[in-house]
Design a protein around this ligand. Structure first.
Ligand code: SF4
Length: 332
């Protein structure tokens, strides 16, 4: 299997007003192979989007990469010069953002925006780029693509705008696609269509995908591997189905308990179970202690957890690693 993306010990800090470096991401490592999908899962503030922005080298002002490597097809993205970086973005790696309305330019038609990507990165003529833009709109299953290519973003539905974003992201056949909560702003039925579309396009192009989501329920359907992030650290990683079927970290179990399950067409259960919740909040930046970051919210915490530092990420099964002092007991 060809590894497309290798993230090694990636660390990101925020510079505080006093000039102090506050950790945002700590020693994050994962790989994504050709044609595979890695899901980064966690609540808001866990570091998922920062990971995506660090890989693309699009971190906002005040955030700096303080360590690690990001290898895209063995090329170090973090040391690439600006010109090379511009060539990598769009051509070799591209990103679908959460809210297409803010990512698309409201002053240009969607056809023009896709065509611009093709003209810039693939040096196509104006007419060839326009023709191929329509082809990409068809590929993402937009009906009446010729007509829609002449539409402005505000004239399309949220689902169609996200399809346009996917078409733009895939226009140059990138090796890596990063999808940052691509369905957050969409209805549940449209969410399923977008995930199906990504899976279908991946089958055709073998693009490696990093999917950022807070919805662990969707992960089993679409991801091959999962890394669960909490307070800027990876606390559980492994094959998606294994983690969904048998989570080992209390935080992962908590996220799964928050996923609603429909039982349409099934017999009414003897007793309805309440939808779960994880009490408390993700610690804010700068408020993380040296011990397990999940300790204040963890129902499984014991004296062991209070007396020890942050647990290391240790293997519990093939390709499955967990950062929890009590992982073995919790699994038993
Ligand atoms: S180390 Fe302790 S506090 Fe942290 S997740 Fe495991 S059981 Fe909970």
């Amino acid at each position: 299997m060809t590894t497309i993306l290798r993230v090694e010990d990636l660390s990101v800090c925020m510079t505080s007003r006093t000039g102090e470096l506050v950790p945002v991401l700590e020693n994050l490592s994962f790989t994504v192979d050709k044609g595979r999908t890695m899901a980064l899962v966690g609540e808001s503030g866990c570091g998922k989007s920062m990971t995506a922005l660090a890989i693309m080298r699009l971190l906002p002002e005040g955030f700096v990469i303080t360590g690690g490597r990001v290898l895209l097809d063995d090329e170090d993205v973090l040391t690439a010069r600006p010109r090379r970086l511009r060539a990598l973005r769009g051509n070799a790696m591209s990103m679908v953002f959460q809210e297409p309305m803010t990512a698309l330019n409201p002053l240009y038609t969607v056809g023009d925006q896709i065509a611009e990507v093709l003209r810039y990165h693939r040096r196509l003529s104006r007419s060839d780029a326009a023709e191929q833009a329509v082809g990409f709109l068809k590929a993402v299953q937009i009906p009446a693509a010729e007509e829609r290519a002449r539409a402005y973003p505000h004239q399309l539905s949220g689902g169609m705008r996200q399809r346009v974003m996917i078409a733009m992201a895939l226009a140059c056949k990138p090796k890596l696609l990063i999808a940052d909560e691509p369905t957050t702003a969409l209805d549940v039925t449209v969410q399923a269509q977008i995930f199906d579309l990504l899976a279908q396009l991946q089958d055709e192009t073998e693009t490696a995908i990093v999917l950022i989501t807070h919805d662990l329920g969707a992960v089993a359907e679409i991801a091959d591997e999962v890394s669960v992030l909490y307070a800027g650290r990876c606390i559980e990683t492994g094959p998606a189905q294994q983690i969904v079927d048998r989570p080992r970290h209390p935080y992962t179990s908590g996220l799964l308990a928050c996923v609603p399950h429909l039982s349409v067409g099934k017999a009414r259960p003897a007793q309805w179970s309440d939808l779960g919740e994880i009490p408390g909040m993700v610690p804010s930046l700068g408020a993380r202690g040296p011990d397990c970051a999940f300790l204040p919210r963890c129902a499984n915490a014991t004296e062991i957890c209070r007396s020890r530092p942050q647990p290391p990420l240790e293997g519990v099964a093939a390709d499955h690693a967990v950062s929890c002092w009590r992982a073995a007991e919790i699994a038993a």
